[in-house]
Design a binder for this molecule. Structure first.
Ligand code: DGT
Ligand code: CA
Ligand code: CA
Ligand code: ZN
Length: 591
């Protein structure tokens, strides 16, 4: 059981307590502890084994510490068993549906006996939900749609979760006797925003049984689905499924190419190869024997011309090697043949972060701590983008507090002179598309970031008009998290992204690619389109703590999937060039 399993269990407990109607402060305490556990760098298992006092961790009190110890030692939490005797754990899934929540889940259970998403779908179909007081026809429809979405996405994991879960498995496999290269393939290597399952390859010549046996002995495997001479599969407690294939050296590059995918990319590569009289599969690249039918020749028939490295495989097919992020059949096969692949932006190209929060709103660290953390990352600049006043529950900035913050920025600029701190704010786009701070404040900000946080259920026309009105405001520089989606949790609001991109290109307003792995908003497809239309993209973390600044790499990965180069990304520019762009409307006089 690793930290993520502990965090998930505590989170489930918090959700169940909320369904039960427990004291909100207690529930809050559990959620804070979940946060601590998720971001802990050391395994709790070894801390407990070493007899360390867990109450010394932030937000972990005596009760929760005891729960964690109990969980690690026995695999259960007594308190959890008490609650689940009353409310089935499957209700948690209901609370995660848009339009349900803990109170409604409780009522559906109490009044209709609904325990699972399937039960709920059945109750909806029988018209039982819409007649419950407090639900109604509209609410029932909304829940119906949420169920459809839920069914489409179940089983996919977020990139950051998968990375955490897979790190231990990789170490384990690398420790197998006699194993050579061990590589990640599949969607994880392509850095797709969500991952269905993990595909690992291990190089080994000869019978792979021992390697596979070692793999499936991974202590955190909940079950073993397959264990043969060339392939094994385990499923972790979290439900994440991991495939391992054992590959001989002569084929390793070909297998890496094949199992990296995407499937669509492979089809395009294979089609291209057949036209050249070549056959490419997970074993290598082969020249098809004269007169043979390419569809029926045996796996390793013909003359092998490549297979050991991925570079060789692409070169044998007359293509340049390409980063895995590009392999989605978006024209990369043709570009690789023509030696015209883009050079995707890298993390090292990033010079600053233009969205983050401090304790002035809902951030966890002070402005100075954020500035120092950005400086430690080697950045030349950062923008402090606390929320504006409409976000009252997180103390969004009023005009008065914005001015106060600027005084603090001036002080921190003196104490942390090695990095440029830009005055900014994440200004709410109000219901009608007007902005949540007055023009005189906006005029004094170095960079104006705007975004939608309310009335997300507007219809497409209304929402699109709202966003367009906002970005037409002459002070606006960046539209943040443009579609509002939360991966696995909330669909994007209804928005004509194409119309927004068109306007952004015309107005020279940049679109944010929010690097938070729960958002990754824009999607890779939208990023690709933004580039085609000449819209500038800013990759920002929206960090609420110094640690979250490290999420930049997820944003960069997504940008690479959208073919962005250094030139396409605004925050790869030097401070001088960025400032020049920011003053584009005032002719270089600054603000
Ligand atoms: P996922 O797991 O849904 O996040 O996505 P992938 O891309 O990792 O897909 P997966 O695990 O089914 O397969 C891994 C790779 O193996 C895939 O990207 C390409 C290759 N592959 C799997 N099945 C096929 C197939 O039927 N044809 C071809 N050409 N390639 C395949
Ligand atoms: Ca996969
Ligand atoms: Ca797979
Ligand atoms: Zn925001």
């Amino acid at each position: 059981m690793d930290n993520l399993d502990v965090a998930r269990t505590l989170e489930d407990l918090a959700d169940l307590l909320e369904i039960q109607g427990a004291n909100p402060f207690r529930i809050r305490a559990y959620r804070n502890a979940v946060n601590t556990v998720e971001t802990l760098s050391r395994p709790l298992r070894s801390m407990v084994a070493a007899g360390e006092d867990l109450t010394e961790l932030p937000a972990v009190g005596k009760d929760i510490a005891a729960h964690i110890v109990e969980l690690l030692e026995t695999g259960r939490i007594g308190r959890m068993d008490e609650v689940t005797a009353q409310f089935p754990r499957s209700l948690i899934e209901l609370t995660r549906l848009d339009g349900v929540g803990p109170k409604k889940a409780r009522r559906l259970f109490d009044e209709l006996g609904v325990r699972t998403v399937d039960d709920l779908a059945a109750a909806l179909a029988q018209g039982k939900v819409e007649v419950l007081s407090g639900f109604g026809k509209k609410s029932a429809e909304k829940i119906g749609k949420a169920i459809e979405r839920h069914r489409r996405r179940v089983g996919r994991f977020l990139l950051d979760e998968v990375e955490q879960l897979v790190a231990g498995v990789l170490d384990h496999v690398r420790g197998a006797p006699g194993v050579g290269r061990v590589e990640i393939a599949g969607s994880l290597r392509r850095r797709k925003e969500t991952i269905g399952d993990v595909d690992l390859l291990a190089e080994y010549d000869g019978d792979g049984t021992a390697i596979v046996q070692h793999f499936v002995s991974y202590p955190d495997a909940e079950r073993v689905e397959a264990a043969g001479g060339t392939k094994g599969n385990i499923v972790l407690r979290s439900g994440l499924s991991i495939d391992l294939r054992v590959i001989p050296k002569r084929s390793f590059g070909a297998a890496l190419q094949y199992f990296t995918g995407s499937k669509e990319h492979n089809v395009a590569v294979r089609t291209r190869a057949v036209r050249d009289g070549l056959r490419v599969n997970e074993w290598g690249v082969f020249r098809i024997p004269e007169g043979a039918d390419p569809e029926t020749v045996g796996k390793e028939e013909g003359v092998r011309i490549a297979g050991e490295t991925e570079e060789d495989v692409y070169h044998a097919l007359g293509m340049d090697w390409m980063p895995a992020e590009l392999r989605e059949n978006r024209g990369e096969v043709e570009a690789a043949r023509a030696h015209r692949l883009p050079t995707p932006v890298t993390l090292e190209d990033i010079r600053g972060d233009l969205q983050m929060h401090s304790t002035w709103s809902d951030g966890k660290a002070s402005l100075e701590e954020m500035a120092r953390a950005c400086s430690e990352r080697g950045y030349a600049y950062l923008a402090i983008t606390d929320h504006s006043q409409a976000m009252a529950m997180v103390q969004g900035l009023t005009p008065e507090r914005a001015r106060e913050q600027w005084l603090e920025i001036d002080e921190v600029r003196e104490r942390v002179p090695q990095i440029a701190i830009l005055r900014s704010a994440e200004v709410d786009i109000l219901k009608d598309g007007s902005l949540d701070l007055p023009d005189d404040i906006l005029a004094e900000l170095d960079v104006v970031v705007v975004s939608v946080h309310s009335f997300m259920d507007q219809d497409k026309r209304t929402m699109t008009e709202r966003v367009l009105r906002a970005i037409r405001h002459p002070q606006v520089d960046i539209l943040a998290h443009p579609t509002g989606r939360l991966l696995n949790r909330r669909e994007s609001y209804e928005l004509d992204v194409e119309a927004v991109l068109e306007a952004a290109a015309e107005l020279d307003v940049a679109l944010e690619l929010n690097a938070n792995p729960n958002r990754l908003d824009l999607s890779d497809v939208h990023v690709f389109r933004a580039k085609e239309m000449g819209v500038k993209v800013v990759i920002s973390t929206d960090a609420h703590s110094p640690r979250a600044l490290a999420n930049m790499r997820y944003g960069v990965d997504q940008a690479r999937r959208g073919w962005l180069t250094r030139e396409d990304v605004l925050n790869t520019r030097s401070l001088g060039d960025l400032l020049a762009w920011l003053s584009r409307r005032t002719g270089g006089q600054g603000r």
